[in-house]
Design a protein around this ligand. Structure first.
Ligand code: UDX
Length: 434
């Protein structure tokens, strides 16, 4: 089967590369010529473990192609995935410019039966509108499917080949058979499949991400309360997670969720729900509480730095929105560091992967360090902002020699409070009882 994936960003690339590894002949298309040129030379613009080998393998097998020629790719494929960006405005309105551009292109280009699969996350009802718009532009037969994406950054390859479930929303039997065929390699591995209508599939994507964001926010608020009453959030989360109805995942208290999905999807979901006249009060409260969480972290840092940040040296460990990625989109680090700078702190930071992105975001306003110990040198306070494994094994004796004041704000709860305390540090986690 020949498949075209339109949009070679994070979602499009992992999808296209994964599908080629299933054995399909895949062309990934993008309008960015530079990006396509690099991809054809085996240079992958995203950081994802295991991706390089899969790309190499499928390029050499000639099953994977990168192109800017949409017409040729579409005409030569029976299935077309739309995986272009759907950025969201601050108020939650989703900018569908790229989707409509591709929709119009497809309306003009398709010349025989195609299955068009929407992979981009879109407001509920959009897939139906895409169908109508293409229908207006052509008499050629086609079907439309919504097939949401649940990949986690840093685990995208694993998630692609071992998904918790695959959701396929379509109204047509013919396209359903095509989708089953595409995913046959994992269907055979007994991956659960949910076949449903288009609106339900669109809803599932937003509901899943919003629920996870809500779960994180719940434990963050519990952590804040733990600090007031002398309870320990680790034990609370562990005991909560033992209840099979709740489950142990996504109960790690921290500085608030970030990334390219949760902030955008919760915003878009609540905006869209308001438009339909059925507001999602829990999702709206989640968004507000998550914004507040970052400010609570600034309060904690200020307090630990002695009540004022003016002229204080703050060492920051971790800038990415989570570990194992260089991505800083909506990272809590951005809000927190900007506040520290506004209040007159001097910020020295280190992240194993996100330094290039940090330079783009902060310019010369922060000092970027070569490692964690460099960031800790002469610091009045060390703040752990991302849960990189290497920060779990910090050499505390070395830190004691380097830091001006022995104080650590562990905003990811990666250190053992008693151990840090015993080494003579002032320590605070998020919701940890010492
Ligand atoms: C998420 C969804 O998990 C994925 O299914 C969807 O397709 C895209 O959005 P991702 O953004 O890669 O994936 O990151 P994820 O691992 O889910 O973490 C999101 C944010 O929540 C991060 O900032 C992370 O640090 C934070 N988080 C996660 C917590 O603060 N506590 C937790 O317990 C879990």
């Amino acid at each position: 089967m020949n498949i075209t994936v339109i949009g070679s960003g994070y979602v499009g690339l992992t999808l296209g590369i994964g599908l080629s590894d299933f054995g399909w002949n895949v062309t990934c298309v993008d309008i960015d010529e530079e990006r396509i040129k690099k991809l054809n030379n085996g240079i992958i613009p995203i950081f994802e473990e295991g991706l390089n080998e899969i790309v190499k393998r499928n390029l050499s097998e000639r099953r994977l192609h990168f192109s800017t020629n949409l017409k040729e790719a579409v005409r030569g494929s029976s299935v077309i995935f739309i995986a272009v960006g759907t950025p969201s405005r601050d108020d939650g309105f989703t900018d569908l410019t790229q989707v409509w551009k591709v929709t119009d292109d497809l309306g003009k280009l398709i010349d025989e039966y195609k299955v068009i699969v929407v992979k981009s996350t879109v407001p509920i009802g959009t897939t139906g509108k895409i169908y109508n718009r293409i229908r207006e532009l052509t008499n050629t037969d086609f079907d439309i499917v919504f097939n949401p994406e649940f990949l986690r950054e840093g685990n995208a390859i694993h998630d692609f080949f071992h998904p918790d479930r695959v959701v396929i929303g379509t109204e047509s039997e013919k396209s359903l058979d095509v989708m089953k065929e595409i995913y046959r390699p994992i269907y055979l591995l007994q991956t659960p499949f949910v076949f449903t209508n288009i609106e339900t599939a669109e809803m599932i994507k937003y509901a899943a991400n919003s629920f996870l964001a809500m779960k994180i926010t719940f434990i963050n608020e519990i952590a804040n309360l733990c600090e007031k009453v002398g309870a320990d959030v680790h034990d609370v989360a562990r005991a909560l997670g033992m209840d099979g109805r709740i489950g142990p995942k996504f109960l790690h208290a921290g500085p608030g969720y970030g990334g390219s999905c949760f902030p955008k999807d919760t915003n878009a979901f609540s905006y869209s729900a308001r438009e339909f006249g059925s507001p999602l009060s829990l999702v709206e409260a989640t968004i507000k509480a998550n914004d507040k969480q970052k400010l609570f972290m600034v309060d904690k840092i200020r307090r630990m730095a002695g009540g004022s940040l003016k002229g204080k040296n703050i060492g920051i460990l971790g800038l990415a929105f989570k570990q194992n990625t260089d991505d800083m989109r909506d990272s809590p680090a951005i809000t927190i560091i900007n506040k520290l700078l506004n209040e007159g702190a001097v910020v020295k930071a280190y992240d194993p992967e996100a330094m290039k992105n940090a330079r783009k975001i902060f310019g010369e306003r922060i000092i970027l360090c070569k490692n964690e110990y460099d960031a800790a040198k002469d610091a009045d306070l060390l703040v752990i902002l991302t849960e990189w494994n290497q920060f779990r094994a910090l050499d505390l004796d070395k830190l004691r020699l380097l830091m001006k004041t022995h104080a650590i704000a562990d905003l990811r709860n990666v250190l053992e409070p008693m151990v840090v305390k015993e080494k003579g540090f002032t320590y605070e986690g998020v919701g940890r009882k010492i």
